[in-house]
Write a protein that binds this ligand. Structure first.
Ligand SMILES: [Zn+2]
Length: 342
């Protein structure tokens, strides 16, 4: 259907590439450890499960890095095989607990032994989801909002990537229709999910194209600096993510277009009214993607609505958010709003 947009007047020098960028943040909860809920009583010798993730909360000071790559911040990246498996059975990892000093005790999977999400608020919906046994990753290091290799990583204007110049190790070219001249890359798990999502839309007569996907730190430096040179820092920050703050740098985000609606609504709010925009709003979660920047969430996410920007978080998280009607990832993980760089 023809779509009438109200953002069709483009800014000078704005190209599709320069129109995509978004990031999110919040004081990196690097030191906030989530207390394991409850303990397991074992007959014959009461004991509590070792609360490996528990500890005295010691919030790390908020630090907003400059746009200079800070390679001093190391962050080990788990192997691709350790990526979150959203469909993983809830009880596949009853990790045998060494009940030292307790003979005959058998520890069974329970809420107390369920992995919880490091960096998320203790009573947040995401904690409840994982404490309930859903979507257990094989590598517990991936249950960490600050881990750039995790599909759960939280990025916004107060939570940059660590390190700022992080590069994913498992980028692949998804077999999906491209709507731009860019070479398209996504992390392998997100790429496979995107392929399934695009195919599902096609079966319902909705044509989706990808307009932008992975963008490197270096690419974002060029994009952001271009904005700063033309418009100044304040204007640049309103439309372009600073390098290291873009979800696109994670390899988990993509911007889409409607294959049958022309380009007038590309990267504009009227994209929400296209067939592709409406379809992803309803169905992206089934494939593990969020429409990350929703109307009314500007003060939370730091960005105007972007109905074209999808972020992969896995099916379990995406569907839980949709079911609960939670409009921002910040709220789902229970962290403070990130309206600006602080
Ligand atoms: Zn985007």
């Amino acid at each position: 259907m023809p779509v009438v947009g109200f953002h069709q007047a483009r800014r000078p020098r704005q190209t599709p590439m320069t129109r995509l960028r978004r990031e999110l943040s919040w004081p990196r909860p690097g030191g906030v450890l989530v207390s394991l809920v409850g303990a397991v009583l074992v007959f014959g010798g009461a004991m509590a499960l070792p609360a490996s993730e528990a500890g005295a909360p010691s919030p790390a000071p908020v630090s907003i890095p400059s746009t200079t790559p800070d390679t001093s911040q190391e962050h080990a990246e788990p192997t691709p095989a350790a990526t979150l498996l959203a469909s993983a059975p809830a009880t596949t990892a009853p990790s045998s607990v060494s009940a030292s000093g307790v003979s005959g005790a058998t520890i069974t999977p329970s809420a107390a032994s369920a992995p919880l999400v490091k960096g998320a608020a203790p009573d947040s919906p995401i904690q409840k989801l994982f404490a309930g046994g859903a979507a257990t990753p094989t590598d517990k290091a991936l249950l960490d909002l600050a881990n750039p290799a995790s599909t759960l990583v939280l990025l916004n204007k107060r939570n940059p990537l660590v390190p700022l110049d992080y590069t994913p190790k498992d980028l692949v070219a998804p077999a999906i229709a491209s709507g731009s001249g860019e070479s398209m890359l996504l992390r392998s798990e997100a790429a496979a999910a995107a392929e399934r999502m695009f195919a599902a839309a096609a079966t319902q007569g909705v044509g989706i194209t990808v307009k932008s996907s992975y963008r490197s730190y270096a690419t974002q430096v060029g994009v952001y600096n271009g904005y700063v040179a033309n418009k100044g820092v304040a204007a640049a920050d309103s439309t372009s993510a600073r390098p290291g703050f873009s979800e696109h740098q994670t390899g988990l985000a993509l911007d889409i277009g409607d294959a049958n609606a022309g380009t007038a609504c590309d990267f504009t709010s009227c994209f929400a009214e296209t067939a592709a925009g409406r379809w992803v709003a309803a169905h992206a979660a089934e494939h593990g993607f969020l429409v990350r920047y929703n109307p009314g969430q500007e003060a939370v996410t730091g960005y105007l609505p972007e109905p074209w920007h999808l972020r992969y978080v896995g099916v379990a998280v995406a569907q839980d958010m949709q079911t609960r009607g939670i409009p921002s990832y910040e709220k789902f993980v229970g962290l403070p709003d990130a309206p600006d760089y602080g």
